[in-house]
Design a protein around this ligand. Sequence first.
Ligand code: ZN
Length: 436
Amino acid sequence: MNPALENSCIPQHISIRHLGAKECVTGSCHLVQYESAAGQSVNILVDCGLTYGDDPEIPFTEFPVSLNEIDYLFLTHAHIDHIGRVPDLIDAGFSGEIICSHATKALLLPMLHDAMSFSGRSDREIHKLENAIDDLSWGFELRQTFNLKEGVTFWLGNAGHILGSCFILFNFPNNSSNNDFKILFSGDLGCTNTPILPDPDPPPECDLMILESTYGDRTHPDRSKRIEQLKELLKKALTDKGIVYIPAFALGRTQELLYELDRINLRIPVFVDSPLALKITDIYAKLSSFWDEEAKELLLKGDHPFDFKGLYSVKSYRDHKQLLEIKGPAIMIAGSGMCTGGRILDHLEQGLQEPRNDIFFVGYQAEGTLGRKLIEGEIPVRAAIHTLNSYSAHADQQMLIDWVASMPKPPKEIRLVHGEVGARRELAEKLNLVWI
Ligand SMILES: [Zn+2]
């Protein structure tokens, strides 16, 4: 259950349903329905993501609105657990506008192309869907107000989670009074001091906040020391000339790692064994106007933040197969981030039982995924397993509390989503929310 579901402040002409990531962290999908004074309805979907591991997925047939009646699909960012069902949504009848930031728009098709290539669709079907997604989707500026139907407006703020990630403020006119109703969706909220990305914008005033709570019960280690920690751990792990495997999301985490490995300069070969991660890194490199000041300065000085001596790109499957035979020391970055598929599986199969090898987990591992099972010791392995919590792309408990506290005025209601039960419960306590 979510806190504060009863006694909600939501007026009668608006309804919100959490169709995904309500009580878990993957499969984000929320529906807002608004009815104007003239009796016209506006249906807005916020994210439409895939689920991982044991997280539940609601079939489109059980959505409370038919898909062709959805006017807008907002995408907070381009991670697959927020956008992965978009092709299916279009196949099933959605033809509304897709709204996101400019950088998300640039990342959308490469991410979905990769996801679709594993969906059993033919090249022709994929091509058709890509054209449809391209035609329907629009990139918008951050920190500006734009109009939707029936007087509804939206505003996007920088969420600092990955390039292009945003939180969304909707303003719904009130039928009977001058008091508009404002709903803020946090999307995935990033940490302060994340490499490459500017810190999250402070949240504007709202009536209802839909807040992510992935790490609502955790405190990340001091991020300012994380480069040194990574360096020390890598040095230790590589003294026995083993291989360090880093399962990493192609989007976001891989670029952060490359940025920091460039700073560390260990003079050990680093392989990025993921065509998608390489493609995304190219897009990150082109979108330098969205970087933070530190990354921009490096570029100005002639040090490209994602490129260094000893970095090898592994695109073809043949090269990937050859790479499996390589001897350490080496650092291997491959997807998927939760070890649910992708080239990392071949690497782990090859190297998990070698005691000289190490696996560094640098991202959230959902319940039921291979990554989670390895961390929890459910699968006996001889390689050493490390979890680097300071690499989270999600704000921790204190950052979430500080973000809420930085609002000009507290919201009337906060709903916690995108978190497992323990995380939501603890954050609810800290934020003094009613837990039902
Ligand atoms: Zn995300």
